[in-house]
Write a protein that binds this ligand. Structure first.
Ligand code: AQP
Length: 331
């Protein structure tokens, strides 16, 4: 890996389902851009995927498929560290230490916890403390910047608060990381454009590995008709944003003008978006197919990165142990 100077970046993705267009537009596009600019740590955060009910075999498969999707989208292991969270157990050690300074009241205000616990049949402690583990993920690498979608801003603000409290109590160990948003930080569900596109809400997303016919059908069925009179319906705004994600700002601008003067035809917008999306997805699908034929290579990429990443994690955790008064050195 070439030597790089400058800021350190951390970001993660849960292997809780296939990678979708929202993940791509809100985070992964930025990962691919940033890996050429600075020192990047990108993680498949499998500990996080344990917070909702799952089958162990599914988790293993999803980790592998998440790695395939990320590599196919252009995350390049020669330019960044791409690793599995559970290969670096220091994440959970730091999460415990941070949980002893994390403010309970603020954790209970996290909207993602409220939303997910409303949908879950039973709520575990991990779902509640998830943002502390997320803070540990970021702070373990002393990341300065975190490319995320808008839905993660609240968690990131909590991470900053946790870092501040820790530094105040035990001395300056962590930077306060800043969020990095793309120009499409919140892609909405195609079925309900008032809710975000999400892996765990069936029918809300286009997955990066979807067949062309599936993509075409999903756009055709996308909801366009809701919203306030005289305002662009949120479903239409979402489709226009997706056109921009596909580098077709020119078309988006044209359709926006048509919307304003009342001449827009949603069928034409959907057709243009389908073509633009398929242009973006086709090379990703080709790389995906190649990677799926080489499972060993994908596992090796994750394994190789974990070794170098753990070196930094051990350094930081040793400093944290020292700062908080845990003097024993792990055997
Ligand atoms: N709809 C979205 N628009 C823009 N960005 C998004 N992200 C997620 N959904 C959107 C960003 O993608 C990165 C990885 O997210 P994640 O998988 O770690 O968790 P999540 O935010 O909880 O994503 P999902 O798809 O909604 O997963 P489930 O359904 O399992 O909770 C993050 O940077 C996120 O902001």
């Amino acid at each position: 890996m070439s030597q790089k100077i400058g800021q350190r970046v951390f970001s993660g993705i849960q292997p809780s389902g296939a990678v979708h267009l929202g993940n791509y537009a809100g985070a992964i596009m930025n990962w691919v851009r940033l890996q050429d600019l600075t020192d990047c740590y990108f993680s498949i955060v499998d500990y996080h995927a344990m917070t909702l009910p799952y089958q162990p075999k599914d988790l293993r498969d999803r980790v592998y498929l998440a790695a395939v999707d990320l590599l196919a989208c252009g995350v390049d292991p020669d330019k960044c560290h791409l690793f599995l969270q559970s290969a670096v157990p220091e994440h959970t050690e730091l999460a415990w230490i941070l949980s002893c300074t994390a403010p309970m009241g603020e954790l209970s205000r996290m909207t993602q916890f409220k939303e997910k616990s409303e949908r879950a049949s039973s709520v575990n402690v991990g779902l509640f403390t998830y943002p502390v583990l997320q803070a540990a993920d970021i702070l373990l690498y002393r990341a300065d910047s975190v490319p995320v979608g808008e839905d993660q801003l609240q968690h990131l603000e909590l991470t900053r608060e946790i870092a501040r409290r820790f530094n105040h109590t035990f001395g300056p160990v962590f930077p306060e990381p800043q969020p990095l948003l793309t120009s499409a930080p919140r892609i909405m569900s195609l079925q309900d454009p008032t809710a975000k596109m999400s892996k765990s809400v069936p029918g809300s997303a286009i997955m990066m590995g979807d067949e062309e016919a599936v993509v075409t059908k999903a756009i055709k069925r996308a909801v366009t008709g809701m919203g306030e009179p005289n305002e662009t319906p949120p479903g239409v705004t979402n489709l226009l944003t997706l056109l921009e994600v596909c580098q077709r700002a020119d078309l988006a601008q044209q359709f926006r003008a048509d919307q304003e003067d009342g001449t827009i035809r949603y069928g034409d917008l959907k057709k243009a978006l389908t073509e633009a999306l398929l242009e973006v997805l086709r090379p990703i699908a080709d790389r995906r197919r190649q990677l799926l034929a080489e499972p060993q290579r994908v596992h090796e990429i994750l394994g190789d990165s974990a070794v170098s990443v753990r070196r930094l994690a051990k350094e930081v955790i040793a400093e944290v142990r020292d700062a908080v008064g845990l003097n024993a050195q792990p055997a």
